[in-house]
Design a protein. Structure first.
Length: 95
C-alpha cells in the first residue's frame, strides 16, 4: 500500500503543516473544510510538496524528518523556490 507524505502551506497565515495519508485528495479536503483540529484556523491550504512511499513505517520516518530541524530548513528552501537538499551529514568526521 502506498502512503503520501505531504507539506501544506497556509494561504492565510505563514504556516506549514506536515502529515501523511493513504488518500491525499480526501485528506486535503478535510484540512480545507476545517475538520482537522491542528489546521482548521489557518486554511485554506495548498500542497507545497509531496512524496510517495511504500509503507506506513517509511511514511512515519519521512514525516518525522520533515518535522525535524533539517526538514524545516528544507521546507524553507522550498518556500524560497529551491529544491530540498537531502545530503547526509556525518557527525564526528574531520572537516
Amino acid at each position: 500500500m502506498q502512503f503520501t507524505i505531504y507539506i501544506l502551506y497556509s494561504l492565510r497565515k505563514i504556516k506549514t503543516y506536515v502529515g501523511y495519508t493513504k488518500n491525499l485528495k480526501d485528506r486535503i479536503e478535510y484540512h480545507n473544510k476545517g475538520k482537522v483540529y491542528a489546521t482548521k484556523y489557518y486554511g485554506p491550504w495548498k500542497i507545497l510538496y509531496k512524496e510517495v512511499v511504500s509503507s506506513e513505517q517509511e511514511a512515519k520516518q519521512r514525516e518525522r524528518y520533515w518535522k525535524s530541524g533539517a526538514g524545516r530548513r528544507n521546507i524553507k528552501r522550498i518556500l524560497d523556490g529551491f529544491p530540498p537538499n537531502f545530503r547526509k551529514v556525518r557527525r564526528g568526521s574531520p572537516k
